[in-house]
Design a protein around this ligand. Sequence first.
Ligand code: EPS
Length: 449
Amino acid sequence: MARARPEPTQKTKTLSHCTLQFAIWIGKIPSNCCFLCEVSTTSVTRNPIPRTIRYNQKFMLRYFTAGESHGEALVAFLSGIPAGLKVDQAVLDRELWRRQQGYGRGGRMKIERDSAHILSGVRHGITIGSPISVQLENRDWKNWQESLPIGDGDPAKHKRVASPRPGHADLAGALKYNFPEARYILERASARESAARVAIGAIAKLFLRELGIEVLSHVVTTGSVTLREQVPWDKIRALYDREDVLLNCADPQGESQMKEEVDKVLRTGDSLGGVFEVVAHQVPPGLGTYAQWDERLDALLAAAVMSLQAVKAVEIGSGVASAFSPGSLVHDEIGYAAKSGFTAFSRTRNNAGGIEGGISNGEEIRVRGYLKPISTLRRPLQSVDFTTREPVKAAYERSDVCVVPAAGVAAEAMVALTLARCALDKFGGDSMTETVRNFQGYCQQLKNY
Ligand code: EPS
């Protein structure tokens, strides 16, 4: 996990840039420290270097994505997965397929058939310890090559987004990046980007599977229909095997009511939000820590899920209801009897959602994401024309009307990446053999506790 920022000592203050780089490289100074260094030796005047050197490589596992919604491709990078993890492309493609499903998806999903093209970091079906990069082709690109070219292109073919959509990044992004309209803004802000996260999230899931951890999701709410009971793991697991995804809801009656909700907004030109729940099964106690605010597992998960397009709130366990209940009805009483599990400690319920004090406690981790309704409406809301500043209806090209199941799959990826990151920070390892051995040693320590 992140280490404290070291106070600059006289020694670090007078290090030359090269010495400093070398010290970091050979491990004398942890490269995952974030610090500022005042450099004041004569070498500086001979060879100008920045006064400030920043290192913020905080985690062992790092990832990011690139790509625009109607550009040629999305790309995702994943660095820090140990060598020797078996990577089956079919698993990645199955996750991508799952993200494309759900009742309420729009015309774009008829065009795209997402498939993960692994460019690096995997050879002969296993990871080799090098950064992994994955490319996802945008099939729609062929329809956009002229209107969204890399080069100058023909300005007459450019497809402007003339009026910003309320709820979307359009206006805030155009103001921030100083563009006269919102085309480039929505291209990157679009939830299309989440497909890239799902591709590398699938690799994180394969990694976690080697530690016995599984991550899946289900839909709790669509529009005004909500499941009241907690859904057990085996029912969520059964949803994963389905070949026909409607709303990824574990209750058939609830699911058909949810479908009616979607039908209603399809008829009226409106859109719908909802709630998904991600469940991480068989997570050992001990991931994350209270030691620093930004090392708490609940904080990391909240940020990871909140970072998904259209998610406006995140809940761990029964966090929201807990705020309105007395402590006796909230906290999960502790027993000592269970024969299975990481330890013999047991709980009668799991309102904490598997996390106490920012640390996983051995119960299932349950994270809910609350999704606002899609902000592109077929019956658009009021807006203003970017050029004339006259009142007009917000732009509409085409859109989904409900994406709760898809957002759940994207959130699985974010939860898996976060747990993989925390697991690697705890167990380390350059090869899977090393990581799994460290993990098993820790599990034995828990058994012996
Ligand atoms: C999105 C708008 C729609 C969605 C898209 C997200 O795309 P388009 O404008 O091309 O019809 O289909 O989602 C995806 C393409 C996807 O793969 O999830 C938006 O503006 O966020």
